[in-house]
Design a protein around this ligand. Structure first.
Ligand code: NDP
Length: 286
């Protein structure tokens, strides 16, 4: 008979607000599928308590943690090591605790890239991309697309100052040809562009009828059009792109893959991606 082992391995997410973060649904489904005695905890951590929370993570010998709003940047000062992407993005969403040495990674852009390459069959090498938005998601996606060998990148953002800051940051940290473009409404996508990404929060539940203000007839069937919005997966933006014959990649895939990368980093086990996706679909009623 095996020795009894009643101790579960712990991971989770620190955030504020955090109660609507759905990550627990896919991670717990994955632990169950793989027969792992692991728990994913959704933990409210106020901004002023992050340092104590990180100490708690170490004291509890938690295997790792996800960070969400408002901790993704602030957490950097408590980490011992960062991935190359996390260094350039300047934000971390996944931490691994290796015997109290904390390693930080940003899996958002990597999850996006996996959805684009594996599900969409699109290799960004030498392609041209347009990203709407200049927040955390846009930043992570831009960095991974650049690492994947993109030819040209245009960032479009409602607030010019934030858009320019991102463009200057990317130019500074990489040798990429990045441009900022004003969001003339409606914005027309230049013809020689291959990848179009909505990395704004437009269209997120409950505002499911909203879509970015662009000239939808500038979307060509040769383009691949991606959305970061996971809920609902089929946004108005993707619906319009689909009507023009473009290939579409939804934000649910990105969400699942970024979680799957974290699952593997923590457990060392390949994530059951389909189980995770189905669990989230059920949760979103999609
Ligand atoms: P941020 O708050 O950092 O950035 C939000 C971005 O959206 C900004 O560029 C903002 O522009 C733009 N924006 C918001 N509302 C409007 C509007 N009405 N018109 C034009 N632009 C608008 O958020 P994040 O980057 O962290 O997240 C963005 C979205 O990505 C969220 O909906 C989130 O759910 C999703 N996400 C999905 C992930 C996934 O795995 N699928 C992972 C991470 C995020 P401005 O600068 O002008 O305010």
């Amino acid at each position: 008979m095996n020795e009894p082992n009643y101790k579960a391995e712990l991971v989770g997410v620190f955030g504020h607000p955090v109660s609507e973060n759905p990550t627990i649904v896919m991670q717990e489904a994955a632990f169950k599928e793989k027969g792992l005695n692991w728990r994913y905890l959704t933990i409210e951590v106020y901004p002023e308590d992050l340092e104590d929370a990180i100490k708690g993570l170490k004291a509890f010998n938690m295997r790792g943690i996800n960070l969400t709003i408002p901790h993704k940047v602030e957490v950097l000062k408590y980490l011992d090591e960062l991935s190359e992407s996390a260094k350039i993005i300047g934000a971390v969403n996944t931490v691994v605790n290796n015997n109290k040495r904390l390693f930080g990674e940003n899996t958002d852009g990597k999850g996006f890239l996996k959805a684009l390459v594996d599900d969409g069959g699109v290799d960004p090498l030498d392609k041209n991309a347009v990203i709407f938005g200049a927040g955390g998601a846009a930043r992570a996606i831009a960095v991974e697309l650049i690492f994947a060998g993109l030819n040209k990148l245009i960032i479009i953002n409602r607030t010019e100052k934030r858009g320019l800051e991102l463009v200057n940051h990317l130019k500074d940290k990489t040798s990429m040809d990045v441009e900022f473009s004003k969001w003339d409404t409606p914005f027309s996508i230049p013809e020689n562009f291959d990848i179009v990404v909505n990395a704004t929060s437009i269209g997120l539940y409950p505002n499911i009828n909203e879509k970015p203000d662009i000239n939808y007839d500038s979307i060509k069937s040769s383009m691949v059009v991606c959305d970061v919005i996971p809920n609902p997966p089929r946004t108005k933006f993707l619906e319009e792109a689909g009507k023009r014959g473009a290939k579409t990649i939804d934000g649910l895939g990105m969400l699942v893959y970024q979680g799957a990368i974290g699952f593997k980093m923590w457990t060392g086990v390949d994530a059951p991606v389909n189980v995770m996706k189905e669990a989230l679909k059920r949760e979103f009623g999609a």
